[in-house]
Design a protein around this ligand. Sequence first.
Ligand code: BTN
Length: 250
Amino acid sequence: MYKIHFFDSLPSTNDLAKKYAGQGAPHGTAIIAARQTKGRGRLGKTWHSTPGKGLFCSIIVRPDLAIVDYPKITLTAGLAVAIAVERITGASTQLKWPNDIFINGRKCGGILTESSSLNEPIGTRYAVVGIGLNLNSREDDFPDYLRGTVTSLFLETGICHDVRQVFSAVHAELLVQIETFVRNGFQPVLSLWKLRDFLLGKRMECVSLEGKRISGVSLGPDSEGQLHIKVSDGQIHTVLSGDVRLAHED
Ligand code: BTN
């Protein structure tokens, strides 16, 4: 049976979760920290972790999925967080491919998924789903460079949220959505994801992992979770991973 581990402070919950996963911690095991000193985002970015005002957690999952399906865990996790946030706050959420949770056009949360070596056999293969969610942050808790683009559940609802209650909802929903994916395939997860697609039909820019810049209109993710972008000459580009922004953002 999995355990939930609470800490006052950690450099990064993902790092400890990977250590526990390497030691065999079971599916569903989670690490939560009240503060992180080296919270990490995707693509080497820093995750700003306002002490005591957010949910910073990492959940170990060991779904019985093929290696090619592991990248889809990030979209699955984003959907799970979105559903949990909607249930708790009553607010509508949007999902920005591949890993951001938005409310009213501002980012309130993100997912950093890190997997074991893809060659690990089923049984020792795992993914660590790192979740950062701004719960009770005020505008002045965010550094200048983030203000105006990020939000918190408090800023959207005027209500302070209990980190353990939000964690329980997120954890339970993640396990439900992963189970749906394993039993019924990715399609049911993707359908719910697409209902919340923030970028769909918008002009956007993507810098792929290889550094290639693509500008166009988002057509949304396909059945493999890859983003389709229609560029000006009508061609459609497919992106597996990258840094995505709306065209008018700096
Ligand atoms: C992103 O938006 O780029 C992803 C942010 C993920 C942040 C969370 S906070 C808990 C976990 N530990 C980390 O160091 N990062 C993730």
